[in-house]
Design a protein around this ligand. Structure first.
Ligand code: HEM
Length: 205
């Protein structure tokens, strides 16, 4: 029993930390590098070629991005499925934050699967890297554009709201006062990332 509890504790902590590092950091970096689109197709495509030409790029992606996201996503589904009742210990707003954290996690999972397939896996199969023109063409489909907007908003909310839980999980915000400050910070992170991500998207449209 004690071993099982320790194992669950370890997995929960790993799930928590992977949400911030590397996944959260990668999300912000991804919005930033895609903002190169503001300088037009030539600059954007040259940056893609630069990143794709880095030594060991596939191994780096697998180790630092794909495995952590897969772990966080799969264990996230397990957390949702086993759904502890902690949500209903909290005030009304917290219950909603709890539910939205799960809903946005599921949307982010579906979006990431589509996005990774369309921009990376299909390129590995055809041997052609993603380009400004390819993204621009796919966004001409209103359904895909809407899915991108939903994916960006969901991932941004999920990270900002997740940080609030993260600070509590790791004992960084204990008192009510620090949690109030943290909640303002987390709203700013969610809002800032949403604007940043949608701005990057707009350069392709
Ligand atoms: C954009 C990618 C993602 C980022 C940046 C991210 C980030 C985070 C962060 C920072 C937390 C807070 C950890 C804590 O409470 O200590 C979290 C929690 C959570 N994430 Fe993610 N996540 C992502 C994708 C996903 C996916 C695909 C799922 C799958 C459903 C998911 C499910 C969850 C769940 C269920 C929680 C709440 C855990 C709890 O209440 O204990 N996340 N996420």
């Amino acid at each position: 029993m004690a071993t099982k509890n320790m194992y669950t504790f370890f997995l929960r902590r790993l799930h928590s930390i992977t949400g911030v590092l590397p996944i959260g950091a990668f999300l912000a970096e991804h919005f930033f590098t895609n903002s190169f689109a503001m300088f037009g197709p030539e600059v954007y495509n040259s940056k893609v070629e630069f990143f794709m030409g880095l030594p060991y790029i596939l191994m780096i992606e697998i180790a630092l991005i794909w495995i952590p996201i897969l772990f966080h996503g799969v264990y996230g589904f397990y957390i949702i499925y086993t759904g502890d009742a902690s949500a209903f210990r909290y005030r009304f707003a917290r219950n909603w934050m709890y539910v939205l954290q799960r809903v946005t996690g599921i949307i982010a999972f579906l979006f990431i699967c589509y996005h990774v397939y369309a921009t990376r896996i299909s390129g590995l199969v055809t041997g052609q890297h993603v380009s400004f023109e390819l993204v621009q063409r796919s966004l001409q489909n209103p359904a895909i554009l809407a899915f991108y907007i939903l994916g960006i908003v969901s991932a941004s909310y999920h990270l900002g709201n997740g940080l609030f839980g993260f600070f509590i999980t790791w004992g960084i915000t204990i008192g009510e006062k620090t949690q109030k400050v943290a909640s303002v910070f987390c709203v700013l992170v969610s809002a800032g990332l949403t604007v940043f991500g949608l701005a990057a998207l707009s350069y392709f449209v």
